[in-house]
Ligand binder design. Structure first.
Ligand code: SF4
Ligand code: SF4
Length: 387
Protein backbone atom coordinates (compact mmCIF):
# COMPACT_ATOMS: atom_id res chain seq x y z
CA UNK A 1 0.00 0.00 0.00
CA UNK A 2 1.10 3.61 -0.59
CA UNK A 3 1.45 4.50 3.09
CA UNK A 4 5.00 4.70 4.49
CA UNK A 5 5.75 2.46 7.46
CA UNK A 6 6.53 5.30 9.88
CA UNK A 7 3.18 6.92 9.00
CA UNK A 8 1.23 3.66 9.38
CA UNK A 9 2.93 3.02 12.74
CA UNK A 10 2.25 6.53 14.10
CA UNK A 11 -1.38 6.57 12.95
CA UNK A 12 -1.85 2.99 14.18
CA UNK A 13 -0.63 4.01 17.65
CA UNK A 14 -2.98 7.01 17.65
CA UNK A 15 -5.93 4.80 16.65
CA UNK A 16 -5.13 2.18 19.24
CA UNK A 17 -4.90 4.83 21.93
CA UNK A 18 -8.33 6.21 20.99
CA UNK A 19 -9.78 2.70 20.82
CA UNK A 20 -8.38 1.65 24.21
CA UNK A 21 -9.51 4.89 25.87
CA UNK A 22 -13.04 4.11 24.70
CA UNK A 23 -13.37 7.50 22.96
CA UNK A 24 -16.45 7.24 20.79
CA UNK A 25 -15.77 10.02 18.30
CA UNK A 26 -12.32 11.22 17.33
CA UNK A 27 -10.74 12.82 14.26
CA UNK A 28 -8.35 11.06 11.91
CA UNK A 29 -7.74 13.63 9.16
CA UNK A 30 -8.30 17.39 9.45
CA UNK A 31 -9.77 18.57 6.15
CA UNK A 32 -8.60 22.15 5.81
CA UNK A 33 -10.13 24.42 3.20
CA UNK A 34 -8.21 27.67 3.73
CA UNK A 35 -9.90 29.29 0.71
CA UNK A 36 -12.59 28.51 -1.86
CA UNK A 37 -11.03 30.38 -4.80
CA UNK A 38 -9.75 28.13 -7.59
CA UNK A 39 -8.05 28.57 -10.95
CA UNK A 40 -10.22 25.85 -12.51
CA UNK A 41 -14.00 25.40 -12.67
CA UNK A 42 -14.62 21.65 -12.79
CA UNK A 43 -18.09 20.41 -13.72
CA UNK A 44 -18.42 18.17 -10.63
CA UNK A 45 -17.05 20.71 -8.12
CA UNK A 46 -19.33 21.73 -5.27
CA UNK A 47 -16.79 23.95 -3.53
CA UNK A 48 -16.40 27.11 -5.56
CA UNK A 49 -19.91 28.41 -6.19
CA UNK A 50 -19.66 31.47 -3.95
CA UNK A 51 -19.82 35.23 -4.44
CA UNK A 52 -16.45 36.95 -4.94
CA UNK A 53 -16.43 38.37 -1.39
CA UNK A 54 -16.44 34.84 -0.01
CA UNK A 55 -13.94 33.58 -2.59
CA UNK A 56 -11.63 36.37 -1.40
CA UNK A 57 -11.63 35.09 2.19
CA UNK A 58 -8.59 33.20 3.50
CA UNK A 59 -7.88 31.33 6.72
CA UNK A 60 -4.74 32.87 8.19
CA UNK A 61 -1.65 30.92 9.29
CA UNK A 62 -2.83 31.29 12.90
CA UNK A 63 -6.32 29.97 12.05
CA UNK A 64 -4.77 26.94 10.34
CA UNK A 65 -2.51 26.15 13.30
CA UNK A 66 -5.38 26.66 15.76
CA UNK A 67 -7.49 24.19 13.77
CA UNK A 68 -4.99 21.35 14.19
CA UNK A 69 -4.20 22.26 17.80
CA UNK A 70 -7.92 22.20 18.59
CA UNK A 71 -8.75 18.88 16.95
CA UNK A 72 -5.49 16.95 17.39
CA UNK A 73 -5.82 14.78 14.24
CA UNK A 74 -2.54 13.13 13.16
CA UNK A 75 -3.07 13.98 9.46
CA UNK A 76 -3.99 17.22 7.67
CA UNK A 77 -5.35 17.24 4.14
CA UNK A 78 -5.24 20.75 2.67
CA UNK A 79 -7.76 21.29 -0.11
CA UNK A 80 -9.95 24.14 -1.27
CA UNK A 81 -10.29 25.81 -3.74
CA UNK A 82 -6.71 25.72 -4.93
CA UNK A 83 -4.33 25.86 -1.93
CA UNK A 84 -1.41 27.11 -4.03
CA UNK A 85 -3.31 30.41 -4.48
CA UNK A 86 -2.89 30.99 -0.73
CA UNK A 87 0.17 33.16 -0.12
CA UNK A 88 0.88 31.69 3.34
CA UNK A 89 0.69 28.07 2.18
CA UNK A 90 4.44 27.30 2.52
CA UNK A 91 4.37 28.58 6.14
CA UNK A 92 1.19 26.62 6.86
CA UNK A 93 2.74 23.37 5.60
CA UNK A 94 5.91 24.08 7.62
CA UNK A 95 3.87 24.82 10.74
CA UNK A 96 2.06 21.48 10.48
CA UNK A 97 5.29 19.56 9.89
CA UNK A 98 6.81 21.25 12.95
CA UNK A 99 3.81 19.93 14.87
CA UNK A 100 4.72 16.41 13.65
CA UNK A 101 1.61 16.09 11.50
CA UNK A 102 1.38 14.24 8.19
CA UNK A 103 0.53 16.80 5.55
CA UNK A 104 -1.23 16.12 2.24
CA UNK A 105 -1.35 19.17 -0.01
CA UNK A 106 -4.02 18.71 -2.70
CA UNK A 107 -3.55 20.72 -5.87
CA UNK A 108 -4.69 20.74 -9.46
CA UNK A 109 -0.98 21.30 -10.20
CA UNK A 110 -1.42 24.26 -12.55
CA UNK A 111 0.79 26.41 -10.29
CA UNK A 112 3.07 23.69 -9.02
CA UNK A 113 6.08 24.40 -11.25
CA UNK A 114 5.92 28.08 -10.25
CA UNK A 115 5.60 27.43 -6.50
CA UNK A 116 7.49 24.19 -5.90
CA UNK A 117 10.71 25.82 -4.67
CA UNK A 118 8.78 27.39 -1.77
CA UNK A 119 8.54 23.85 -0.32
CA UNK A 120 11.08 21.26 0.84
CA UNK A 121 10.78 17.47 0.56
CA UNK A 122 9.93 15.84 3.89
CA UNK A 123 8.96 12.23 4.72
CA UNK A 124 5.67 13.49 6.23
CA UNK A 125 4.75 15.80 3.36
CA UNK A 126 2.96 14.58 0.21
CA UNK A 127 1.74 16.44 -2.84
CA UNK A 128 -1.64 15.06 -3.88
CA UNK A 129 -2.26 15.89 -7.52
CA UNK A 130 -5.85 16.07 -8.72
CA UNK A 131 -6.06 13.70 -11.70
CA UNK A 132 -9.42 12.19 -12.63
CA UNK A 133 -8.18 9.60 -15.12
CA UNK A 134 -6.34 9.58 -18.42
CA UNK A 135 -5.96 12.61 -20.72
CA UNK A 136 -9.49 12.43 -22.16
CA UNK A 137 -11.16 11.69 -18.79
CA UNK A 138 -9.28 14.32 -16.79
CA UNK A 139 -9.52 17.17 -19.29
CA UNK A 140 -13.25 16.50 -19.58
CA UNK A 141 -13.66 16.35 -15.80
CA UNK A 142 -11.89 19.68 -15.20
CA UNK A 143 -13.37 21.29 -18.34
CA UNK A 144 -10.00 22.42 -19.68
CA UNK A 145 -7.81 20.85 -22.34
CA UNK A 146 -4.12 20.37 -21.59
CA UNK A 147 -4.64 20.01 -17.83
CA UNK A 148 -3.74 16.30 -17.77
CA UNK A 149 -0.41 17.00 -19.47
CA UNK A 150 0.36 19.79 -17.02
CA UNK A 151 -0.48 17.53 -14.06
CA UNK A 152 1.75 14.72 -15.35
CA UNK A 153 4.60 17.20 -15.93
CA UNK A 154 4.11 18.46 -12.36
CA UNK A 155 4.25 14.89 -11.00
CA UNK A 156 7.54 14.28 -12.83
CA UNK A 157 8.96 17.59 -11.62
CA UNK A 158 8.01 16.98 -7.99
CA UNK A 159 9.42 13.43 -8.12
CA UNK A 160 12.66 14.72 -9.66
CA UNK A 161 13.04 17.14 -6.72
CA UNK A 162 12.65 14.34 -4.19
CA UNK A 163 9.07 14.96 -3.02
CA UNK A 164 6.53 12.30 -2.13
CA UNK A 165 3.76 12.52 -4.74
CA UNK A 166 0.34 10.89 -4.89
CA UNK A 167 -2.75 11.47 -6.99
CA UNK A 168 -6.36 11.90 -5.97
CA UNK A 169 -8.77 10.58 -8.56
CA UNK A 170 -12.51 11.17 -8.48
CA UNK A 171 -14.64 8.92 -10.69
CA UNK A 172 -18.03 9.58 -12.26
CA UNK A 173 -20.64 7.39 -13.95
CA UNK A 174 -19.00 7.59 -17.37
CA UNK A 175 -15.79 5.93 -16.11
CA UNK A 176 -14.86 2.73 -17.91
CA UNK A 177 -13.21 0.11 -15.62
CA UNK A 178 -10.65 -0.99 -18.24
CA UNK A 179 -9.69 2.61 -18.98
CA UNK A 180 -9.33 3.43 -15.27
CA UNK A 181 -7.22 0.30 -14.66
CA UNK A 182 -4.92 1.23 -17.52
CA UNK A 183 -4.66 4.80 -16.15
CA UNK A 184 -3.65 3.38 -12.74
CA UNK A 185 -0.95 1.30 -14.49
CA UNK A 186 0.35 4.47 -16.19
CA UNK A 187 0.41 6.35 -12.88
CA UNK A 188 2.23 3.47 -11.18
CA UNK A 189 4.86 3.58 -13.96
CA UNK A 190 5.49 7.25 -13.05
CA UNK A 191 6.72 6.08 -9.64
CA UNK A 192 3.90 7.59 -7.61
CA UNK A 193 4.00 7.15 -3.84
CA UNK A 194 0.26 6.69 -3.50
CA UNK A 195 -3.13 6.72 -5.17
CA UNK A 196 -6.43 7.86 -3.67
CA UNK A 197 -9.51 6.99 -5.65
CA UNK A 198 -13.11 7.74 -4.78
CA UNK A 199 -16.54 8.14 -6.34
CA UNK A 200 -17.59 11.78 -6.62
CA UNK A 201 -20.15 13.18 -4.19
CA UNK A 202 -23.31 14.62 -5.73
CA UNK A 203 -22.79 18.19 -4.50
CA UNK A 204 -26.00 20.17 -4.84
CA UNK A 205 -23.93 23.17 -6.08
CA UNK A 206 -22.03 21.26 -8.78
CA UNK A 207 -22.85 22.50 -12.31
CA UNK A 208 -23.03 18.94 -13.70
CA UNK A 209 -25.60 16.80 -11.84
CA UNK A 210 -25.81 14.08 -14.52
CA UNK A 211 -22.59 12.17 -13.91
CA UNK A 212 -22.55 11.25 -10.22
CA UNK A 213 -22.48 7.54 -9.38
CA UNK A 214 -25.18 5.82 -7.34
CA UNK A 215 -24.27 3.12 -4.79
CA UNK A 216 -24.80 0.12 -7.08
CA UNK A 217 -22.91 1.67 -9.98
CA UNK A 218 -20.03 2.60 -7.64
CA UNK A 219 -19.69 -0.99 -6.45
CA UNK A 220 -19.84 -2.43 -9.96
CA UNK A 221 -17.32 0.12 -11.24
CA UNK A 222 -14.83 -0.63 -8.47
CA UNK A 223 -15.23 -4.39 -8.90
CA UNK A 224 -14.46 -3.89 -12.58
CA UNK A 225 -11.39 -1.79 -11.84
CA UNK A 226 -9.98 -3.89 -9.01
CA UNK A 227 -10.52 -7.15 -10.94
CA UNK A 228 -8.02 -5.80 -13.49
CA UNK A 229 -5.39 -5.12 -10.81
CA UNK A 230 -5.24 -8.33 -8.73
CA UNK A 231 -7.97 -7.18 -6.38
CA UNK A 232 -6.17 -3.86 -5.95
CA UNK A 233 -2.75 -5.36 -5.15
CA UNK A 234 -1.30 -4.09 -8.44
CA UNK A 235 -1.45 -0.44 -7.34
CA UNK A 236 -0.07 1.51 -4.36
CA UNK A 237 -3.27 2.91 -2.89
CA UNK A 238 -2.92 5.34 0.00
CA UNK A 239 -6.26 4.05 1.26
CA UNK A 240 -7.00 1.18 3.58
CA UNK A 241 -7.76 -2.21 2.09
CA UNK A 242 -11.07 -2.14 4.01
CA UNK A 243 -12.13 1.02 2.17
CA UNK A 244 -11.42 -0.60 -1.20
CA UNK A 245 -13.33 -3.68 -0.03
CA UNK A 246 -16.24 -1.38 0.86
CA UNK A 247 -16.14 0.31 -2.56
CA UNK A 248 -16.33 -3.14 -4.16
CA UNK A 249 -19.51 -3.89 -2.20
CA UNK A 250 -18.01 -6.45 0.19
CA UNK A 251 -18.66 -4.39 3.32
CA UNK A 252 -21.59 -2.24 4.30
CA UNK A 253 -20.30 0.60 6.48
CA UNK A 254 -22.06 3.58 7.97
CA UNK A 255 -20.04 6.78 7.54
CA UNK A 256 -17.87 8.38 10.23
CA UNK A 257 -18.27 12.10 9.47
CA UNK A 258 -16.32 13.26 12.53
CA UNK A 259 -13.31 11.21 11.31
CA UNK A 260 -12.50 13.97 8.81
CA UNK A 261 -13.59 17.22 10.50
CA UNK A 262 -13.59 20.14 8.10
CA UNK A 263 -12.45 23.69 8.81
CA UNK A 264 -13.34 26.29 6.17
CA UNK A 265 -13.58 30.09 6.06
CA UNK A 266 -17.12 29.65 7.45
CA UNK A 267 -15.92 27.75 10.55
CA UNK A 268 -16.10 24.03 11.41
CA UNK A 269 -18.48 22.50 8.90
CA UNK A 270 -21.45 20.36 10.04
CA UNK A 271 -21.59 17.45 9.62
CA UNK A 272 -18.78 16.56 7.20
CA UNK A 273 -16.51 17.58 4.34
CA UNK A 274 -19.27 17.00 1.77
CA UNK A 275 -22.27 18.61 3.44
CA UNK A 276 -22.36 22.14 4.81
CA UNK A 277 -25.52 22.24 6.91
CA UNK A 278 -24.25 24.63 9.54
CA UNK A 279 -20.99 25.81 11.10
CA UNK A 280 -19.45 25.78 14.57
CA UNK A 281 -16.93 28.28 15.92
CA UNK A 282 -14.75 25.66 17.60
CA UNK A 283 -13.94 21.98 17.13
CA UNK A 284 -15.44 21.23 20.56
CA UNK A 285 -18.66 22.97 19.54
CA UNK A 286 -18.71 20.93 16.31
CA UNK A 287 -18.38 17.67 18.23
CA UNK A 288 -20.87 18.64 20.94
CA UNK A 289 -23.59 20.32 18.91
CA UNK A 290 -23.76 18.43 15.61
CA UNK A 291 -26.79 16.15 15.53
CA UNK A 292 -24.73 13.22 14.27
CA UNK A 293 -27.65 10.77 14.35
CA UNK A 294 -29.46 12.81 11.70
CA UNK A 295 -26.77 12.10 9.09
CA UNK A 296 -25.52 9.04 7.26
CA UNK A 297 -26.75 6.47 4.76
CA UNK A 298 -30.40 5.58 5.37
CA UNK A 299 -30.88 8.64 7.58
CA UNK A 300 -30.78 11.54 5.17
CA UNK A 301 -31.56 11.86 1.45
CA UNK A 302 -28.33 13.73 0.69
CA UNK A 303 -26.35 10.77 2.09
CA UNK A 304 -28.08 8.06 0.02
CA UNK A 305 -25.38 7.64 -2.64
CA UNK A 306 -22.35 8.74 -0.64
CA UNK A 307 -19.42 6.31 -0.59
CA UNK A 308 -16.72 8.98 -0.54
CA UNK A 309 -13.37 8.36 1.18
CA UNK A 310 -13.65 11.35 3.54
CA UNK A 311 -16.85 9.86 4.97
CA UNK A 312 -16.02 6.16 4.95
CA UNK A 313 -12.22 5.78 5.19
CA UNK A 314 -12.42 6.40 8.94
CA UNK A 315 -15.14 3.71 9.21
CA UNK A 316 -12.91 1.31 7.27
CA UNK A 317 -9.88 2.09 9.42
CA UNK A 318 -11.84 1.67 12.66
CA UNK A 319 -13.01 -1.72 11.41
CA UNK A 320 -9.37 -2.61 10.74
CA UNK A 321 -8.52 -1.89 14.37
CA UNK A 322 -11.52 -3.95 15.49
CA UNK A 323 -10.95 -6.91 13.13
CA UNK A 324 -7.28 -6.86 12.07
CA UNK A 325 -7.22 -10.50 10.93
CA UNK A 326 -10.08 -9.99 8.52
CA UNK A 327 -8.35 -6.94 7.02
CA UNK A 328 -5.05 -8.86 6.76
CA UNK A 329 -6.81 -11.66 4.86
CA UNK A 330 -8.28 -9.19 2.34
CA UNK A 331 -4.87 -7.52 1.97
CA UNK A 332 -3.25 -10.90 1.30
CA UNK A 333 -5.84 -12.22 -1.14
CA UNK A 334 -6.88 -8.93 -2.73
CA UNK A 335 -10.38 -7.46 -2.79
CA UNK A 336 -13.04 -9.95 -3.91
CA UNK A 337 -14.55 -8.78 -7.19
CA UNK A 338 -17.12 -11.51 -7.78
CA UNK A 339 -19.97 -13.13 -5.87
CA UNK A 340 -22.65 -11.72 -3.64
CA UNK A 341 -22.30 -8.20 -2.28
CA UNK A 342 -22.90 -7.25 1.36
CA UNK A 343 -26.48 -6.16 2.09
CA UNK A 344 -26.57 -2.38 2.02
CA UNK A 345 -28.27 -0.06 4.52
CA UNK A 346 -31.96 0.38 3.62
CA UNK A 347 -32.95 3.88 2.51
CA UNK A 348 -36.70 3.77 3.19
CA UNK A 349 -36.60 5.64 6.51
CA UNK A 350 -34.32 8.50 5.44
CA UNK A 351 -35.45 12.08 6.11
CA UNK A 352 -35.96 14.53 3.29
CA UNK A 353 -33.15 16.80 2.11
CA UNK A 354 -33.00 20.32 3.53
CA UNK A 355 -31.57 23.19 1.49
CA UNK A 356 -29.69 25.62 3.68
CA UNK A 357 -26.84 26.76 1.43
CA UNK A 358 -28.15 30.25 0.70
CA UNK A 359 -28.77 30.90 4.44
CA UNK A 360 -25.16 30.53 5.49
CA UNK A 361 -23.85 32.31 2.38
CA UNK A 362 -26.22 35.19 3.16
CA UNK A 363 -25.12 35.30 6.80
CA UNK A 364 -21.46 35.31 5.82
CA UNK A 365 -21.95 38.10 3.31
CA UNK A 366 -23.73 40.17 5.94
CA UNK A 367 -20.79 39.64 8.34
CA UNK A 368 -18.24 40.57 5.70
CA UNK A 369 -20.11 43.66 4.59
CA UNK A 370 -20.90 44.76 8.11
CA UNK A 371 -17.68 45.19 9.44
CA UNK A 372 -14.98 43.80 7.92
CA UNK A 373 -16.65 40.81 9.09
CA UNK A 374 -16.98 38.04 11.54
CA UNK A 375 -13.34 37.36 10.81
CA UNK A 376 -12.21 40.56 12.38
CA UNK A 377 -14.48 39.96 15.35
CA UNK A 378 -13.33 36.41 15.96
CA UNK A 379 -9.77 36.94 14.80
CA UNK A 380 -10.20 34.37 12.08
CA UNK A 381 -10.14 34.70 8.34
CA UNK A 382 -9.29 37.79 6.40
CA UNK A 383 -10.10 39.02 2.93
CA UNK A 384 -7.30 39.32 0.39
CA UNK A 385 -6.94 40.79 -3.04
CA UNK A 386 -7.08 38.18 -5.79
CA UNK A 387 -3.64 36.65 -6.40
S1 SF4 B 1 -12.64 20.27 -8.12
FE1 SF4 B 1 -10.76 21.15 -7.25
S2 SF4 B 1 -9.63 21.88 -9.05
FE2 SF4 B 1 -11.74 21.61 -9.70
S3 SF4 B 1 -12.72 23.61 -9.45
FE3 SF4 B 1 -13.11 22.42 -7.57
S4 SF4 B 1 -11.47 23.00 -6.19
FE4 SF4 B 1 -10.82 23.62 -8.26
S1 SF4 C 1 -22.99 9.80 4.21
FE1 SF4 C 1 -21.80 10.71 5.87
S2 SF4 C 1 -19.94 11.47 4.87
FE2 SF4 C 1 -21.45 11.14 3.26
S3 SF4 C 1 -22.51 13.11 3.02
FE3 SF4 C 1 -23.68 11.94 4.52
S4 SF4 C 1 -22.87 12.55 6.51
FE4 SF4 C 1 -21.37 13.19 4.96
Amino acid sequence: MGIPLHQAARIGTYLLRQHLSGRERYPLVLMLEPLFRCNLACAGCGKIDYPAEILDQRLSYDDCMAAIDECGAPVVSIAGGEPLLHREMPQIVKGYLERKKFVILCTNALLLAKKIDDYRPHPSFTWSIHLDGNRAMHDKSVCQKGTYDKAVEAIKLAKSKGFRVSINCTLFNDADPAEVASFLDDMTALGLDGITVSPGYAYERAPDQQHFLNRNKTKELFRGILARGRGGKAWAFSQSINFLNFLAGNESYQCTPWGNPTRTVFGWQKPCYLLGEGYAKTFRELMDTTEWDKYGVGKYEKCADCMVHCGFEASAVKDMVRRPLRAATVALRGVRTQGAMAKDIPLEGQRRAEFVFSDHVGRKLTEIRAGKNGAAKSGTQRPVAAE
